[in-house]
Design a protein around this ligand. Sequence first.
Ligand code: UDP
Length: 238
Amino acid sequence: MTDPVYRRVVIKLSGEYLAGQQGFGIDQPTMDRVADDLIAARQLGCEVAVVIGGGNIFRGVEVSSRGVSRPTGDTMGMLATMMNCLALEATIERKGTPARALSAFVMPEVSELFTRAAAHKYLAEGRILLLGGGTGNPFFTTDTTAVLRAAEIGAQAVLKATNVDGVYSADPKKDPSATRFDRLTHSQAIEGGYKVMDATAFALARETSLPIIVFSIAEPGSIGAILRGVGHGTVVAG
Ligand code: UDP
């Protein structure tokens, strides 16, 4: 088995994916499959931190269009990411691998607060880290959180696990003429306005010189393949 290309990574998992076919909430078989992939990635010898979205439960912008203020809606969205974190932590630990959820908010009865010191400690213990609560601020996304946390904990790359196998010129599910990129610079990703990740996330990655690899989570084992440098994804770097 090839050694991993990266020593430490942050993996961004969309909340939407965790809903499986049911479209809302947590589909446990999907959660189990993702947990297996994360455990296999950890077993390659790579330190793994995961930032989870909350789109399977709440998105601030959607709630706010129904009469709740955007900051309140975003807070609901951030709390939703924490629910996903707790569910994934429980799933990974049930399989016998140590994990630890850390929150961007002070909520001592629920989870320890994210600090760099705590993250380093738990990664050194071999735990899979689950980082919930987004950045802790409204108007941001969990994509931006993934880049922020990667920069904070000295990860070498952000792995953006999504429903498509890379960055396309348009949504390949809607536009058959969409072309796929193998490689893009951060600036090209921002200028192209590609929907796969928000511009704030790409801009912070450019600022902090962090590569982002966009790949499909639908294929079992895809996280491990990316970590071994044999996966299929778009590399956004330099
Ligand atoms: N969110 C936020 N600040 C953050 C991260 C997330 O306000 O730093 C809120 C925002 O409302 C967002 C929701 O949490 O819609 C869920 O996150 P996201 O949409 O990134 O989840 P995903 O689409 O990846 O499931």
